[in-house]
Design a protein around this ligand. Structure first.
Ligand code: SF4
Ligand code: SF4
Length: 359
C-alpha cells in the first residue's frame, strides 16, 4: 500500500530547527526526561533555499503548514519571517500557517512584527502559545522559560493584531488554575484558550523530579553537567528484539495512519522528508535503540540522503521503496517501527496525542 502520491499532499508539518530555550521533561531534546539529549545537532536550522525548494514543489496543493517541533521552537530560526513570507506569496491555496512556541524566545520587536504579519495575512498565520499555567506553575513543565518574557511577547503579538491561541496542558499541578489562566489569556488578547488533557503517563515523574531538584530547577548548567553523549553502538539484533517486544504489547493489528488521512508529510530541519512527526522525532531520539531502529529500516538500507529534499524531489522521495513498500505494506506481519510503536495502539489516548502533535 502506498503512502501518499505527491499531488495529494496538502499538509506540511515542520520541525524547523534544533534550537530551544526550554527543556520540557517530555521533549525529545531531553534524555531521561530532565537531562540534555546530546545526540541532537543543537543549533541547526532549516536553510531558506531548502524551504524555497519545498514550497515551490508543493505550491499547487499545499493548504496547511504547521511548525510544531520535536527538537526546537520554530521562532528560534533566524530566517522565520522570510520563510513565512515566501510560503504566503507562493502557495495560493494556503489556509493556515501555524506556529507553536513557548513564547520565551526573542523580544517584543520580533513578536510585534509577527503579530502584524498575522494581521496582514488575514489571520491565516496563527500562533499556538504553549503556556502551561501561570507565573508559579508554567516553569514546572516549561523549564527555563522566563515568565516575564512570555507575558510581554504574547501581549506584543496580540496588540499588533496577531491571531493567537493559548494552549495549556493539564497537569496535576496546574489544573486548579484553569479559570484564572483562561481569564488572563482573554485579558491579554488571545482569541482562543485550549486546556488539553495530558496523556503522558510520566507526568508524576516530572513533578517528582521538580520537587527533588527544586533548588536547581532553573540551573541549566547543573543538568547539562549530569548529561552525556551516548556513544553506545546499537546492533540490528537489539533493534529487532525491541520491535518484537513492542509487537507483543500492541492492542490491535490495524494501523490507522492519521497523517495519511490528513494528506500530510513531515519535514525536518536537515531537509529529510518523513511521513509524520513521529518518524522525524525518532531519528535523533535520546533512546538510541529507537533512533537506530528507524535508521536500520531507512538510512542504513537506502543511504543517508534517500529522503533529503536537497538531493531529491519530494515526488521522487514519495516514489521510493520506503514510501511505496516498507512503510505500510506489511502492516500485519511486519509493520515499520514507528507505525507499530505509535499508531497500532488504536485507542483514544494515542489518537489524542496525535491530535495534539499535529494541530
Ligand atoms: S518548548 Fe518545545 S522544543 Fe522546546 S523543550 Fe519544550 S517541547 Fe521541546
Ligand atoms: S507512525 Fe503513524 S502517522 Fe506515522 S506513518 Fe506510521 S501510521 Fe502514519
Amino acid at each position: 500500500m502506498n503512502y501518499l502520491k505527491f499531488n495529494e499532499i496538502k499538509f506540511l508539518n515542520v520541525d524547523l530547527n534544533c534550537i530551544c530555550n526550554a527543556a520540557c521533561p517530555g521533549c525529545a531534546r531531553q534524555r531521561g526526561y530532565i537531562y540534555k539529549n546530546y545526540n541532537t545537532p543543537n543549533g541547526k536550522y532549516l536553510q531558506t533555499n531548502t524551504w524555497k525548494k519545498i514550497i515551490d514543489e508543493l505550491k499547487y496543493t499545499l493548504q496547511k503548514i504547521v511548525l510544531c517541533g520535536n527538537y526546537g521552537d520554530a521562532v528560534a530560526s533566524p530566517n522565520i519571517i522570510e520563510l513565512i513570507n515566501y510560503a504566503f506569496s507562493t502557495c495560493k491555496d494556503l489556509q493556515t500557517f501555524q506556529i507553536d512556541s513557548n513564547m520565551g524566545l526573542k523580544n517584543v520587536e520580533f513578536w510585534k512584527e509577527l503579530g502584524s504579519l498575522s494581521k496582514q495575512y488575514g489571520h491565516k498565520l496563527k500562533l499556538h502559545a504553549s503556556i502551561d499555567g501561570l507565573e508559579d506553575t508554567n516553569h514546572i513543565y516549561r523549564r527555563f522559560v522566563v515568565w516575564e518574557k512570555v507575558c510581554e511577547n504574547l501581549k506584543a503579538y496580540n496588540l499588533a493584531g496577531g491571531n493567537s491561541t493559548w494552549k495549556m496542558i493539564q497537569f496535576t499541578w496546574n489544573k486548579h488554575q484553569e479559570e484564572k489562566v483562561q481569564s488572563f489569556a482573554k485579558e491579554i488578547g488571545c482569541k482562543v484558550f485550549e486546556f488539553t488533557k495530558n496523556n503522558n503517563n510520566d507526568s508524576d515523574f516530572f513533578y517528582n523530579s521538580y520537587i527533588d531538584n527544586k533548588n536547581n530547577w532553573n540551573n541549566r548548567k547543573h543538568f547539562n553537567s549530569l548529561s552525556d553523549i551516548d556513544s553506545s553502538i546499537i546492533k540490528e539484533s537489539q533493534c529487532k528484539e525491541y520491535k518484537l517486544k513492542i509487537k507483543e504489547k500492541i492492542k490491535g493489528d490495524d494501523i490507522f495512519c492519521l497523517t495519511k488521512k490528513d494528506k500530510g508529510i513531515h519535514l525536518n530541519w536537515d531537509g529529510k522528508i518523513w511521513p509524520c512527526c513521529w518518524y522525524g522525532g525518532a531519528y535523533y531520539n535520546g533512546n538510541k535503540v529507537i533512533s537506530e531502529s528507524v535508521k536500520y529500516e531507512t538510512d542504513y538500507k537506502y543511504g543517508d540522503n534517500w529522503n533529503n529534499v536537497q538531493h531529491h524531489s519530494i515526488e521522487n522521495i514519495l516514489e521510493s521503496d520506503f514510501y511505496k513498500k516498507d512503510l505500510h505494506n506489511n502492516q500485519i506481519t511486519d509493520p515499520s517501527i514507528m507505525c507499530m510503536e505509535v499508531c497500532s495502539k488504536c485507542d483514544d489516548k494515542w489518537i489524542s496525542i496525535h491530535t495534539r502533535a499535529q494541530y
